[in-house]
Design a protein around this ligand. Structure first.
Ligand SMILES: [Zn+2]
Length: 140
C-alpha cells in the first residue's frame, strides 16, 4: 500500500506536480469513457495502460461508463490526510454508481482488470470507496 507520506517523500508537495505526464492514450485503447489524454503520474502510467488493455481483451471495457478523474490536489474525503489523487497515482471511474461508503456495482471481473495490473481497489478499504483505484506499490 502506498501512503501520502510515501508520496511526499518521493515527489514532494503535490503543488510541484513532480513526475507528472500528459499521456496520449493510444488510439487502440480509446473507447467511449477513456479520455484521449490523461494527466497522471509517470509511475502509474504503465499500470493504467495495462488495466486498459485488460479491460479491452477481457471484454470489460464497455463496463467503464465514466472517467471521473485522476490528478486532483485534495484531502481524503471526510479526512485530513492528502488523497493519493494529489500525486496522480489514483483514478476514479463509474463514480455515479460507486459512491463512498457503498458497495457499488462493480463486478469481480471488472475489478480484476485493475488489480491484476497493479492497482488496489477502494472497495476493499475499511471505508469502502468503490469508484477508486490506486497504484499498489512503486516498482523501484
Ligand atoms: Zn479516488
Amino acid at each position: 500500500m502506498i501512503t501520502a507520506k510515501m508520496c511526499l517523500d518521493r515527489y514532494g508537495s503535490p503543488v510541484h506536480e513532480n513526475n507528472m505526464m500528459l499521456w496520449d492514450v493510444p488510439e487502440v485503447m480509446e473507447r467511449s469513457a477513456i479520455p484521449g489524454r490523461i494527466y497522471c503520474n509517470k509511475d502509474m502510467q504503465p499500470a493504467l495502460a495495462q488495466a486498459i488493455v485488460n479491460l479491452i481483451v477481457r471484454n470489460q471495457v464497455q463496463n467503464l461508463k465514466t472517467w471521473d478523474g485522476c490528478f486532483n490536489i485534495r484531502s481524503v474525503r471526510g479526512g485530513s490526510s492528502a488523497s493519493l489523487h494529489s500525486w496522480g497515482i489514483a483514478v476514479d471511474v463509474n463514480a455515479s454508481w460507486n459512491s463512498l461508503g457503498t458497495e457499488g456495482n462493480m463486478t469481480p471481473e471488472f475489478v480484476e482488470c485493475w488489480t491484476d495490473a497493479g492497482f488496489t481497489w477502494g472497495g476493499t478499504f475499511t471505508r469502502k470507496d468503490p469508484m477508486h483505484f490506486e497504484l499498489s506499490s512503486f516498482k523501484d
